[in-house]
Design a protein around this ligand. Structure first.
Ligand code: BF8
Ligand code: SF4
Length: 641
């Protein structure tokens, strides 16, 4: 058994809980990764195929083994098909989440939202309705809502030529998509078409498959995910700056603790209300608790942090560890990124895992089927279950390892533009003057192959120190917040220019823009900046990075970032190195097609240099004061693939 806690995570809470897991003999994600070594080299490089029953096949590019699958598929075809399917799975996950949100909005619009849901941001709804060409003048909210819900629901199929919200991109960007034939049409349609194309004997041309991959990703970025973000704002409120706390120290030893894990705010928003119910609080006190304490995990956590200021227990790799505090009564899960292992860990404690979506069941969990029409009742039932479980807690086994850290979240585009005085102009001016050299979106997951949060936090610190504004979502946001980078005081870590601006506005140098579907907020912000300057997104001094990504959703996000013209650096290697043609297309060829590429760089200090060089090259091309890109020295690698 290894004792290299410090190699697994940069965070004290994680290190302490890994130690605790070893004391108790409980297996964690790191142990299971170790047990999987060595992982399959064919799969790691994208060279295995099990799409049909003539296979499974694998291609041996280096040795004497086969160069073709049974059907004759080459390494290029197999790698591209596998990547195409990853994009489609990720886009489908986001888009099906978006569908659940729009269906709830439709329910509200047709007067069936009960007392659980309402339209909390009618002004935003009217703005979106106008984009869809819906008459808003002199009309009642509910009338507009119904027409809007139906128009958006139609976009999941194929009734329209193109997705309406794709028109938010700058016109030059839309022209590029049209020229390449990758304007997103129906959301479901693009995903189904990818499954069709990657069936045996359909699309065998790696360029053609991957171009469609970009189209699929755009149906996520400007479709499914954007629907999820916009309609979550309309239903639950558009985020505004909010203070809260983060890490395992947010659990309270004397409270009933409930963790909300997953991605969809439909249920978690209702739980937030149920936990404030006076009868339930009274019941908690009768059971000997001081109150009810909610904490978030992963993106459901980000959703309720952004809108309600609910504290955050941690990111992806914390989901087992939060149970090992021994202080968790219930973990409520909806869907995505929930390791099946959580029920195994829960079985070692009094913790109950409650699954809630019929499409996401977990062996070992209690299933309480969520029905939006009975949302409040179900929310209360779940909170009551947690309270009733409190007396089963063994206080001797409780370990809450650290004190929580403060943070400020809630930076929707509306909030950012609001902080700037209603226009992106001050930000644009700061970029023009070089006080802010550019902006970078750092997004994505934790992956046990990388020391937890090292990639996120090191890259973030390198960039802000060089006057690059960082916006974050998903598990990156949680990583940076745990390291104290999301407070106004963290501006002291920024370069002089960025520091001055953050201090003047009272904002952190790292802005939390939400969950992973909320990467679409970054698309909207980029389009606003590009439109303000009258240029394309690819002309802006911006970039993206996913230093510790693991999920298929992250692949879709990376693809729509690049398809939108944003240079994107990945920290974890995607399974594409089995085809040098695919690698060349992704890291070079796409520059000519869409004005941006992927890069793979596991060392965040080197990734920071790649990004700074890119930003300076873009500044130079725009005629802004710049540093010669080649004069930024590249450090020797400390971490390799
Ligand atoms: O959607 S960043 S580990 S929690 S996939 Fe998952 Fe990755 Fe976290 Fe959010 Ni996004
Ligand atoms: Fe093998 Fe071709 Fe079938 Fe894939 S599609 S498993 S390469 S025969």
């Amino acid at each position: 058994m290894t004792h290299h806690y410090a190699e697994r995570s940069i965070n004290k809470d994680t290190q302490e809980m890994i130690k605790r897991a070893e004391e108790l003999g409980i297996e964690t994600v790191w142990d299971r990764l170790e047990a999987q070594q060595p992982q399959c080299g064919y799969c790691a490089t994208g060279l295995s195929c099990r799409i049909c029953a003539m296979g499974p096949c694998r291609i041996d590019i280096f040795g004497e083994g086969p160069k073709r699958g049974v059907c004759g598929a080459s390494a290029d075809t197999i790698v591209a098909r596998n990547l195409g399917r990853m994009i489609a799975a990720g886009a489908s996950a986001h888009s099906d989440h978006g569908r659940d949100i729009i269906e709830t909005f439709h329910l509200v619009a047709s007067g069936k939202g009960g007392d659980a849901y309402e339209i909390r941001d009618p002004e935003k709804m009217r703005r979106v309705a106008a984009e869809y060409g819906i008459e808003t003048e002199g009309r009642d909210d509910m009338e507009i809502a119904e027409e809007l819900a139906e128009a958006v629901i139609e976009e999941f199929g194929m009734r329209k030529g193109k997705l309406q919200m794709a028109a938010r991109a700058p016109s030059k960007r839309q022209e590029i998509w049209e020229k390449l034939g990758i304007v997103p049409r129906g959301i479901d349609r693009e995903n189904v078409e990818m499954l069709h194309r990657t069936h045996m004997g359909v699309d065998n041309d790696y360029v053609n498959i991957l171009l469609h991959g970009l189209r699929v990703s755009l149906s996520d970025g400007y479709g499914g995910s954007m629907v999820a973000t916009e309609f979550s704002d309309i239903l639950f409120g558009t985020p505004k700056p909010v203070e809260s706390q983060i890490n395992l120290g947010t659990l309270k030893a004397d409270h009933v603790n409930i963790a909300l894990h997953g991605h969809n705010p439909m249920l978690s928003e209702v739980i937030v209300r149920a936990a404030q119910d006076p009868d339930l609080i009274k019941l908690a006190k009768e059971k000997g608790a001081a109150g009810i304490n909610l904490v978030g995990l992963c993106c459901t956590g980000n959703e309720i942090l952004m809108r309600q200021g609910i504290p955050m227990a941690g990111n992806h790799l914390m989901q087992e560890l939060v149970i090992m505090t021994g202080a968790l009564e219930v973990m409520i899960v909806d869907y995505q990124c929930i390791m099946p292992a959580v029920t195994d860990v829960a079985a070692c404690f009094h913790t109950k895992v409650i699954s809630t979506f019929d499409k996401a069941k977990f062996p070992g969990a209690t299933h309480i089927s969520f029905d939006p029409e009975r949302a409040i009742e179900i929310g209360k039932e779940i909170v009551r279950t947690a309270i009733e479980n409190f007396p089963n807690r063994n206080p001797d086994r409780v370990r809450i390892p650290v004190e929580p850290v403060n943070l400020v979240a809630g930076f929707s585009v509306e909030a950012i533009v609001g902080a700037l005085g209603g226009t992106p102009e001050p930000l644009v001016n700061a970029i023009k003057e070089g006080k802010i050299r550019g902006a970078v979106g750092i997004v994505g997951c934790n992956n046990p192959k990388i020391k937890q949060d090292y990639g996120h936090t090191v890259l973030t610190k390198e960039l802000i120190a060089n006057d690059i504004l960082v916006v974050v979502t998903g598990c990156t946001a949680v990583a940076d917040a745990k390291s104290g980078l999301m407070t106004p005081e963290a501006a002291d870590l920024a370069g002089e220019g960025l520091r001055g601006i953050c201090k003047a506005l009272g904002i952190p140098p790292v802005l939390h823009m939400g969950s992973c579907v909320d990467n679409t907020r970054i698309l909207v912000l980029l389009s606003a900046l590009a439109n303000f300057l009258g240029v394309d997104i690819a002309d802006l001094p911006v970039a993206a990075a996913a230093p510790e990504w693991y999920s298929e959703k992250a692949v879709s996000i990376g693809a729509y970032a690049v398809a939108s013209g944003v240079y994107t650096v990945l920290g974890t290697a995607p399974p594409v190195f089995g085809s040098m043609n695919v690698v060349k297309l992704l890291t070079e060829g796409l520059e000519d097609a869409v004005g941006a590429t992927f890069a793979v760089e596991p060392d965040p200090k080197r990734a920071a240099v790649l990004i700074r060089r890119r930003i300076e090259a873009k500044r130079k091309a725009l005629g802004l004061p710049h540093i010669e890109p080649d004069s930024i020295p590249m450090p020797e690698p400390e971490i390799t693939l």
